[in-house]
Write a protein that binds this ligand. Sequence first.
Ligand code: FUC
Length: 778
Amino acid sequence: MGLTRRGLLKRSAVAAAAIGLPPAAVSGGLAEESEDRLWYRAPARVWTEALPIGNGRIGAMVFGGIGQERLQLNEDSFWAGGPYDPVNPDALATLPEVRRLIFAGRLAEAQVLANARLMAKPLSQMAYQTIGDLFIDLPTLSDTVRDYERALDLDAAVATTRFTAGSVRHERQILASPTHQVIAIRLTASRAGALDCDIGLRSPQSATLAIADDMLTLSGIGPAQDGIAGALRFVARVRVLRDGGTIEPRAGAIGVRGAKAVTILIAMATSYRRFDDVTGDPASITEAQIDAASGLGFARLAADSAAEHRRLYRAVRLDLGRTAVADLPTDERIRTSETSDDPALAALYFNYGRYLLIGSSRPGSQAANLQGIWNDRVRPPWGSKYTININTQMNYWPAEPTALAECTAPLIALVRDLAETGARTAREMYGARGWVAHHNTDLWRATAPIDGASWGLWPTGGAWLCTHLWDRWDYGRDRAYLASIYPLLRGAAQFFVDVLQRDPKTGHLVTNPSISPENEHHKGVSVCAGPAMDMQILRDLFAQTAAAAAILGVDAAFARELTATRARLAPDRIGSAGQLQEWQEDWDAGAPEQQHRHVSHLYGLYPSLQINPDETPTLAAAARRSLEIRGDKATGWATAWRINLWARLRQGDHAHDILKFLLGPERTYPNMFDAHPPFQIDGNFGGTAAIAEMLMQSRGDEILLLPALPSAWASGSITGLRARGACTVDLAWRQGRLTGATLSGAVAGRRTVRLGDRRATVRLVTGRAVRLTAASFR
Ligand code: FUC
């Protein structure tokens, strides 16, 4: 079919030249087409074979059918329910008794009481929704065609479908424009007059469809859930523009006959403005978007959209080498990946992760939820919402190191909202100042504990999110930004200053009540005081808040209070199996699920920098022991977390073994979406972060080059990685050895660069690159 891919990317050669290598070091030749693509020889039969496009806010899953094309459609502010606020009115009065029972060791009783009187009502949160589907029926095409191929070009952010029917070559290009806020579809036929199609919209929502001339308008209202009425109005508009032929209304569709080409534009919006305001006007928003895009033409839409996508996507280039397997269609590569030698598949997974983050989280959009923005259900798994005891955080792990800092804007905006809704939960549930968020939130920014105490009674979700706000500072070093988020850190820290309890057994300060997400220490019992993860998160929160106050020259007394409170938090402990203890007491060995997916107590090793082989080798060894006991294989996201942890322990081959499992067919669907299972996007993002973590790590002013390079990636290069301290790092290696590195900093200063046990001290000067070779290290 002439469709297999040959040679490596031109840009890899350019990247190699930029760090002083001959192009041959990374490239086997020049290619005319992007290597960064997923491609297939048959249409998608199921949703997890379809290909995602997205502009952060709106997106579609493209099936690539022949006689019928299907685009499943999403808009990221379309959720069930409406503004609601679920604090349990009995909680504040019940809290002292729950605390007392926990400190008395009567944990099962405490859990029963917590379930009865602390948890939110309703007990669940609202679910993210699908808008519905666009169908393009092509009645004159049979399903027997030649030279079929569908692909997703990650660099251009375009999904394509191509085939030959009779003597006519058909082609479709589909994109979600970040610049013009429409999904645009271009259908062409190589012979004038050969294109016949009927374009229709269907929705599982309560909605009506209007057809007028060249426009379909679907208007509806979101569903109710758990007694919360559906409050969001939504509109999806489709405009059909043709080159040649005729256009006519048909039953529930717009018919085009005898065209040479057809352009279809889709706009979608809801009435959501804020968690407490649903007065937006989706009818006029979508009308204006469609009108503005209609005059531009597909070529201009595609060029603008690709340029804006590439501004972010091309910031990083990764080459891990290439074998002949890389010529195969993507689904075949995934199917055989656990036994094949396909380093380029890991690079594709990394590129896809960055593509997915750009496509599901951009300034002005909602934060990427459990499925990014891609969901075909009205009752999706776990509501496709924000689980903030790991999953939402993992979505953003690759953002800073892989140069997508801009994509964190929606997460920061989410935390800004939580600081408002969470202030009420802090006050009414805990009688505390500041703000709190438990293990889940949704579009309405609900913050009270849900789902039952063994999942939801965990007060540190918001505090963990705050560490992402700090990381944005640490990677970017923008003081105005730090000033803008400081009140959020302060409020999160304030809450814990008010609610921490003195453990009568040890005298340390601990959270109470809490859990170690979502693990049971005894059969059926999770509630406890001071799980290791809480203590670790609070050490970060207090240190980062105090550091921010010092940098900004504000709140000196509060910063001192935080430093003093931090010193009284219960320390990490090592248990009888040599493991890092998950709880204050050494319950680990008797806990019912030894291989539990969550590895909450290892937060200190990754993503936090508190535990590391240099400064805390004993704790790092204990963390390793815990990791060995937990095992390598888990759900998608939990597998990805383990890879990051092994990378922090600098065990490249072990990390790579687990990565192989993540990329295999049990944890990766044919469309490369992560399989929890079912689909959950966090594994994609955690895997992407892990690949970066294997190649480069940074801590304070230290940068570690190739800290966990596996033997399977003997030669390769990466450009554009970001280290803490506003520094860009390019690297190349051959036969497992560094051949060149380039550091360039936006902030001047000294950096210690490490290669294994050797070090090089580098003085960064703004705007000037520093080049290193293996010989630079002593
Ligand atoms: C947490 C995890 C589950 C799942 C859910 C969305 O509850 O323990 O595995 O990922 O979030």
